[in-house]
Each structure stands twice: as structure tokens, then as C-alpha cells.
Design a protein around this ligand. Structure first.
Ligand code: FNR
Length: 420
């Protein structure tokens, strides 16, 4: 009703309804490199297309004459009632698309009650976001650093910032092969926009200062390839330097910003992360831990055996392994493996309320939205994100009712037929 009323009384003309026009409009307003970074995927983008095509292999078979005039779209997740089976997934470097970045998303999330998952690569620190969210639900997504001390610090901060759960992303121990970004020489620029969780962290600062102070240390080769001195790399450095307080801001040649870049590159990810690290994490927090990027049912089973609390079936939006199985295609086996023991979430390819419906009918407890809310953000900041959320939830609510349901837990694969 709210969505229809807004249609009648006026909604922001800047945010079209429907993913196709939303993305087209966002493309028009965004810098070409920023658009490519968000829109792009790994390799030939086969998996990114497969994520969408997988939805077309299922059709809904609606039921009629079941009074569905009063409906409840809410679900319970880790002891908290959410307005819909929907979260805003962790999306880093959002400053590329809008100056308010994560803050606008945090406000939109708080206004709708849909949880926001703070990205480890956020453009704003989790504390800044939490400060504008009141008691609204938020989670934190972690990339495993080479520094366990930094991991511990980030976890402590997430707990203090009121996060209800941790999401450990496992599919991005190294960045995927992304031709659009490689072509545009864009990555250093994008990385520079996603460092707020680091520059706001006392452990990170200490590591940087130690590196800057160490004789010769700033010239030693970093563990990861250093950005070439392209204009984009210089911009990344400027961003990094700006985020750093005090007198170093203006002096790009000063050792501290430089040490910050090198420290970041050498610690932001540890590709050797293993199950033992997760045991270590399990001992350090009481928060529910979900593993993101799980596609194999055996990994899902192992996750629960190791004390994890759930998984997010995800291909990272098709940005990591080209030709990997589509997330929706992987969902039924993972649900069969662990669905009775723990929540299975899904992302990658969710574009509408009908998609949410399909994923939930196949056993997802909730889904995460990625690119669509970034397009809303690009077009109209907080209001754009709010509109994208309310469009998705509004369509989900209608689909629920028009197929003869009044509550989310009534959905099961019985309402679907395989058609592709
Ligand atoms: C992401 N994603 C992501 N995931 C994560 O765990 N940490 C992160 O920092 C990011 N950053 C990020 C940036 C951008 C620009 C995109 C598009 C995606 C992946 C994200 O959480 C989610 O898995 C996908 O976006 C879901 O797929 P769709 O909805 O974009 O198809």
C-alpha cells in the first residue's frame, strides 16, 4: 500500500521502479570507472549472468481463494524480528557512487528496519554508521587480515557498535580476475575508497606507525603488488592520506601515508585462512558467526560442526570465480545439508521481491541485496536506498499475498515448479 500510495502521491522521479531502468539511470550519473567497478564481475561475467538465469529456471504456481488480505512479511533471525527476509549486503567502497556512502545506507536501513551489514571495506567506519542507526539492526562483515590482532580489534569494535552477527567472507581471500577494473586501471582508486575500517582502527594505526618508524621499512616490497604510480594510484594515496589525521594530510611524500598504503596492502587479506582460524574466532566472540561464500554442502556441514551459526550462499555477485555455480543453483543442496540446523542465507542476483520470494521458497531464511541498493544510493542517496528497499519489500509482500500466503514460513518449494 505504501508503495502504491507513493506512486499516486509522488515518489522521487530520480529512482525508477524496476532494476533495468534503475541500473540504466545509475550508469548515466556515475563516473565510468565507478560504474564499471560496481556493475562488473569476474572473467567473462558468466557467473554473474548465471545468477540471474537461475531464477528463470523456477516458476511460481499461485494458489487462489485463500484469504491473504492480512499478511506478515517479517521473519526472525538470531532472536530478532526483521520486517522482511531481507538485509543490505556488505558493499565496500561506496564513496565511489555517493559522497555520503555508508552513512546514507545506514540511515536508510535504520528507517526501514532492514539490517545493514557493515563492509570491512567500508568508506565510513562502523562507529560512524552505528551512530546514525539508533537501535536498528546491523551486522559486521570481516575479511581475514594477516594480522590476527587487527581481526580481534575489528571484532571487538563490531560488538561495541551493537552488531548482532558477524559475517566472515571466504570467497575473496584474493580479489577475483575482473577485466573491467583491470582495463580501466581502477583498482587502486577503488581500494582507496574502502579503508575507513582500517584508518579508524588503533591496531592498524600502530602497525602503520611501526612501519613508518622502521628504518628502510617503507621501501621494502609489500606482500601484495603495489599500485603502479598511475593517476588512480595517486588518488588512492590522497584518499588514504586524507583519512589520516594531523599534519600528514598535506604531504604525500611523508612516510606515514605511504606506510599506511603499504601496511594496508600487506595486511588486508590472508589467503591461507583455514578452519583453525574460525575456531580461534569462535572462542573470541559470542556473536553468531555466518560464513559467506559457501557453495558446497560439505563446507556448509563443516561450518556448523565447527561451531558456526549459519552460512550465506553467495558468489559475491559473480565477482570472484567466473563459471562458478550460480548461488540460487547451489541453494537447494546447502539447505538439504544444514537447513534444519541453522539459517541459510543467499545473495547474488536478487533484483526484486519476486526473487526474494523464490529464494525463500527454496529454503533461504533471508537474502542479501547487493548492487540494486548501490544504484539507489548513486541516484538519490539515503532516499534512493530507501526506495529500493521499499520496492523490493513491497513486491515481496504482494507476491506473498497474490500466491495465497499470509506469512513467510508458509513458503516451501511446493509453490515452485522447475521450468528450465
Ligand atoms: C561487494 N560485495 C562485498 N562482499 C563482502 O563480503 N565485502 C565487501 O566489501 C563487498 N564489497 C562489494 C562491493 C561491490 C561494489 C559489490 C557489487 C559487491 C559482495 C556483496 O556483499 C554481495 O555478495 C553481492 O553484491 C550480491 O550480489 P548482487 O546482489 O550484487 O548480484
Amino acid at each position: 500500500n505504501e508503495v502504491y500510495r507513493a506512486g499516486v502521491y509522488g515518489r522521487s522521479p530520480r529512482v525508477p521502479v524496476g532494476i533495468r531502468r534503475l541500473q540504466e539511470r545509475a550508469k548515466r550519473v556515475l563516473d565510468a570507472r565507478a560504474y564499471a567497478y560496481v556493475a562488473g564481475g569476474a572473467g567473462d561475467e558468466t557467473t554473474q549472468r548465471a545468477n540471474r538465469a537461475a531464477f528463470d529456471t523456477w516458476a511460481v504456481v499461485p494458489r487462489v481463494l485463500r484469504d491473504a488480505s492480512a499478511r506478515d512479511t517479517s521473519v526472525e533471525l538470531f532472536g530478532r524480528r526483521l520486517p522482511a527476509p531481507l538485509l543490505l549486503g556488505p558493499v565496500g567502497a561506496l564513496e565511489l557512487v555517493h559522497p555520503e556512502a555508508d552513512l546514507a545506507v545506514a540511515r536508510a536501513a535504520a528507517a526501514t528496519g532492514v539490517p545493514m551489514v557493515f563492509s570491512n571495506q567500508g568508506s565510513r567506519s562502523m562507529e560512524e554508521c552505528a551512530a546514525v542507526m539508533g537501535a536498528a539492526p546491523r551486522w559486521f562483515q570481516l575479511y581475514w587480515s594477516t594480522s590476527d590482532e587487527l581481526v580481534e580489534s575489528l571484532i571487538g569494535r563490531a560488538e561495541a557498535a551493537g552488531c548482532d552477527a558477524l559475517v566472515v567472507t571466504l570467497d575473496t581471500t584474493m580479489l577475483g580476475w575482473r577485466p573491467r577494473d583491470l582495463d580501466l586501471g581502477h583498482l587502486p582508486f577503488a581500494l582507496g575508497k574502502g579503508i575507513a575500517q582500517y584508518t579508524s582502527d588503533p591496531v592498524f594505526r600502530r602497525l602503520v606507525e611501526a612501519r613508518a618508524a622502521g628504518a628502510g621499512q617503507t621501501d621494502s616490497p609489500p606482500a601484495q603488488p603495489q599500485p603502479r604510480p598511475t593517476p588512480a594510484a595517486v588518488k588512492a594515496l590522497v584518499t588514504m592520506a586524507k583519512a589520516w589525521p594531523g599534519s600528514f594530510r598535506d604531504n604525500l611524500r611523508s612516510p606515514l601515508p605511504r606506510a599506511a598504503v603499504e601496511t594496508f596492502l600487506s595486511i588486508y587479506s590472508r589467503p591461507s585462512i583455514s578452519w583453525a582460524d574460525l575456531t580461534w574466532l569462535r572462542e573470541r566472540t559470542k556473536l553468531p558467526i555466518l560464513l559467506k561464500g559457501v557453495l558446497h554442502p560439505d563446507d556448509a556441514r563443516r561450518a556448523l560442526d565447527e561451531g558456526m551459526d549459519g552460512v550465506v550462499v553467495s558468489t559475491h555477485g559473480g565477482r570472484q570465480v567466473d563459471r562458478s555455480i550460480a548461488a540460487l543453483d547451489a541453494l537447494p543442496d546447502v539447505v538439504a545439508a544444514i537447513g534444519d540446523r541453522a539459517p541459510v542465507l543467499l545473495d547474488s542476483g536478487i533484483r526484486s521481491g519476486a526473487d526474494v520470494f523464490t529464494a525463500v521458497a527454496l529454503g533461504a531464511r533471508a537474502v542479501l541485496l547487493g548492487r540494486p541498493f548501490a544504484w539507489g544510493l548513486a541516484l538519490a542517496g539515503e532516499e534512493g536506498v530507501r526506495q529500493v528497499i521499499s520496492d523490493v519489500v513491497g513486491e515481496f509482500d504482494l507476491t506473498l499475498g497474490l500466491t495465497g500466503h499470509t506469512a513467510v514460513d508458509q513458503l516451501s518449494p511446493d509453490i515452485l515448479r522447475r521450468v528450465g
